[in-house]
Design a protein around this ligand. Structure first.
Ligand code: BG6
Length: 485
């Protein structure tokens, strides 16, 4: 349920995340009538600018490629309830000023109850002081709700994550904290529970008896492009696998929750993650892109330190030691500067008993998360005609064709709405993070050189499928490339 009299405060309002995701999502919610009545949005950042300049920026953050008059007028309306304040992230005096600004807005509200949602679109170095300053100076105590949204990175390994969570907890309770992993807001990821638990035939085939291997893949066709400073410190595993892909894995493999209540869902996710032992070096393939096709290599990005051995591609296989999944390899793989943009889950079933057939292909269920959401099942069908011959075909649910009038919401729209409503289902609980780091910390320490020399990633050309060793790597876990239907 949405609370009226809510102010959303976006910290880091002039930064990249606010520009690309937060403001467009807030606008999307507004345009579709999903923001609370009387909502006000306050941007806060260090950059000094007046309101006119801020409004100009907000306009530029929101896409209106065809200069649609209706969108332009909606943007004008949207700007009317946004304001901006610049200040420090460390100095409590700035937060006193912010509080005055918020109280001024709230003095116009009819009811005394005021609610504040603080969104930290900030670099990790200032998470802790900002969270503390908000708590000390801007927390409404009179019957209102305070919530804080934080974004990854949540530390760099188990120890630093625990320290960070511990520091944030000194100011904010778990119930008030919404840790975003935006993959949990994606339509196809939200679809997984329905797909699994509302379809008897999928439920029946969802285990080690039917499934041979699973791949969860993330491919991006561009490199670090100026974000190398951040990226080099974290690497592809912390950027994508340890959070986004592991979250997808947990939803894909958890047992059925007792209900759709947030804690029931998160309890089951934690339970399955606890059954995953730390990833082995032998189950890991690392790559780094080099210049090709006129595109620069990772080391040519001026924000990347010379001779960096940071992986921009990783494939790792995780195993789940529980009765449902024992022995099934789950390959998580992600890379930058690859040949295409695609995120998908590929579930390959075991061979069918050939029996009366010859050369019958395996079934494969693909859930394409993006782009162009789809679910399709590679299956065998009789070739129509007078012969009895089986051929591979596809049962295809492509969203664009099936849901023609439905706009698929952006992940951030869905998550900000959940946070406004106080629904934690698609946010990451503290114990989930803890166990996620336990799975990845040993290989990360190896990659970081904490246990000896740093492993050298294998070079792959910008725009390729990744290191050429990839096919052998996934083949080792039983994946068989199927002929295209
Ligand atoms: C972010 C990563 O979390 O996710 C980026 O830091 C990556 O490196 C992005 O590009 C991908 O998100 P999406 O929604 O475009 O798949």
């Amino acid at each position: 349920e949405l609370k009226d009299n809510t102010i959303i405060i976006v910290f880091g309002a002039s930064g990249d995340l606010a520009k690309k995701k937060t403001f467009p999502a807030l606008f999307g919610l507004y345009k579709n009538g999903f923001l609370p009545r009387d909502v006000h949005i306050v941007g806060y950042a260090r950059t000094k600018m007046d309101e006119a300049e801020f409004h100009k920026r907000v306009t530029s953050y929101i896409k209106n490629p065809n200069d649609d008059a209706e969108v332009a007028s909606d943007i004008d309306d949207f700007k009317k309830f946004t304001s901006y304040l610049s200040g420090s992230y460390e100095d409590p005096a700035s937060f006193k000023e912010l509080n005055k600004h918020l109280e001024e807005i709230e003095s116009h509200y009819q009811s005394k109850e005021c609610n504040r949602l603080f969104y930290l679109a900030l670099p990790p170095s200032v998470f802790v002081p900002v969270a503390k300053n908000i708590k000390d100076e801007c927390y409404v105590s009179k019957g209102g709700i305070n919530r804080i949204i934080v974004e990854k990175p949540f530390g760099k390994d188990l120890k630093s994550c625990r320290e960070l969570i511990g520091s944030l907890k000194q100011s904010w309770s778990e119930d008030e904290t919404f840790r975003i992993d935006h993959y949990l807001g994606k339509e196809m990821v939200k679809n997984i529970l329905v797909l699994r638990f509302a379809n008897v035939w999928i439920g029946a085939a969802w285990d080690k008896n039917s499934i041979s291997n699973v791949q969860i893949s993330f491919k991006e066709p561009f490199g670090t492009e100026g974000r190398g400073g951040y990226f080099d410190e974290f690497g592809i595993i912390r950027d994508i696998l340890q959070n986004h892909l592991l979250q997808v894995l947990s939803v894909l493999t958890m047992e059925r929750p007792v209900s759709f209540a947030a804690e029931d869902i998160r309890d089951e996710k934690v339970k399955v993650l606890r059954a995953i032992p730390a990833i082995e070096r032998n189950d890991t393939l690392l790559g780094q892109y080099v210049a090709a096709n006129g595109k620069p290599g990772y080391l040519q990005d001026s924000t990347v330190p010379p001779n960096s051995v940071c992986p921009t591609f990783a494939a790792t296989t995780v195993w789940i030691n529980n009765p449902r999944w024992e022995g099934v390899p789950f390959i998580l793989k992600a890379g930058k500067a690859l040949n295409e943009s695609k995120v998908e889950i590929r579930i390959q079933f075991k061979d069918v008993v050939q029996g009366i057939f010859k050369d019958i292909a395996r079934n494969e269920l693909v859930i394409r998360i993006q782009p162009s959401e789809a679910i399709y099942l590679k299956m065998n069908t009789k070739l129509p005609g007078l012969y009895t011959r089986a051929m591979p075909t596809e049962m295809d649910l492509t969203y664009k064709r099936r849901f023609t009038d439905t706009k698929i919401p952006e992940a951030y729209e869905s998550l900000i709405l959940d946070a406004l409503k106080g629904d934690h289902s698609n946010f990451v609980r503290d114990d989930e993070l803890d166990v996620a780091w336990k799975i990845f910390t040993p290989i990360l320490h190896w990659i970081d050189g904490q246990d000896g020399p740093r492993p050298r990633p294998i070079n792959y050309p910008y725009g390729s499928r990744g290191p050429k060793e990839l096919d052998t790597f996934i083949g080792k876990y039983g994946y068989r490339r199927l002929a295209d239907s």
